[in-house]
Design a protein around this ligand. Structure first.
Ligand code: ZN
Length: 276
């Protein structure tokens, strides 16, 4: 093969997304000796401030929130044993429709080519064998997640020759189970795509999922990485269910393979199938 280590690069929008979406695979592949690189695109300044102060409320200082979230991200990376953290430091664009969408420096208003050029430089530096990001709808429609998909797609064209590329997803069967647990733990949960819900249906039918990675042994790390983002605790429902339930529920991470040069048969249970 080559003299450089097998490398996984995950491209995420905000501090804490690395733990939610890919905490299991980051921890698992680091444990298997694979080099892990996390690229976080925004500073997370639209997150909650200390004491749960929401953006736009009195006392919400975006710069202070960004600084705090950077520390939390570093702590999360330590838990997940992420090898390299790269921050693009664009402004958090907030949820779709917020004024922050169009604020100067927001990730959402950054030209795709501009941000993609910086990401492509990182790809040339690390030469990842596997790149993971969100689907074209950013999994659930957040502008920064959509933009992460766009710049990743463009950066892959610019940098060339990445053997395997994946989008994160969730199986619908798991979303249903997740809804049950949410209600059990007192969460306010409306099934996305249902009549009551304003959210579009998210995730995919199980048969459309190409890649199921067992991360059962790493649920504790994933939970601890989420817990490292304590300032966003109010928004991280998973923490309320406790480590044991969380590990049981989140024992697998799922992906759709969108680019492949290895010919590894599908469905597969390893992002690096065909590479080692
Ligand atoms: Zn996010």
């Amino acid at each position: 093969m080559t003299d450089r280590p097998l490398t996984l690069m995950a491209v995420h929008a905000h501090p804490d997304d690395e733990a939610t979406g890919t905490g299991g695979v980051l921890a698992r592949y680091a444990a298997e000796g694979i080099r892990t690189v996390l690229v976080t695109c925004t500073d997370g300044a639209c997150g909650d401030g200390p004491g749960g102060v929401k953006p736009g409320e009195a006392g919400h200082d975006p710069a202070a929130v960004a600084a705090m979230r950077r520390q939390e991200l570093e702590a999360s990376c330590e838990v997940l044993k992420v090898g390299h953290l790269e921050m693009l430091d664009y402004g958090d664009s907030g949820m779709m429709g917020w004024a922050a969408n169009d604020a100067p420096g927001s990730f959402w208003t950054t030209p795709v080519d501009e941000a993609a050029a910086r990401l492509a430089d990182l790809m040339r530096t690390y030469r990842p064998d596997v790149v993971v990001t969100y689907d074209e709808n950013g999994f659930y429609g957040h502008p920064d997640h959509i933009q992460a998909n766009r710049i990743t797609s463009r950066a892959l064209e610019l940098a060339g020759a990445t053997p395997k590329v994946y989008w994160t997803t969730a199986p619908r069967s798991m979303m249903a189970r997740f809804g049950e647990v949410m209600r059990e733990f007192g969460g306010d949960w409306e099934e996305p795509g249902s009549e009551e819900s304003e959210l579009p249906e998210i995730g995919l039918p199980d048969e459309e999922i190409s890649t199921w990675v067992d991360t059962t042994g790493f649920g504790g790390q994933k939970f601890d990485a989420l817990a490292a983002h304590a300032s966003q605790g109010e928004n991280i429902f998973f923490l309320k269910m406790g480590k044991e339930k969380f590990t049981e529920l989140m024992g697998v991470e799922t992906f759709v393979r969108v680019q492949d040069t290895t010919g590894a048969a599908l469905p597969e249970d390893d992002l690096f199938a065909g590479l080692r």
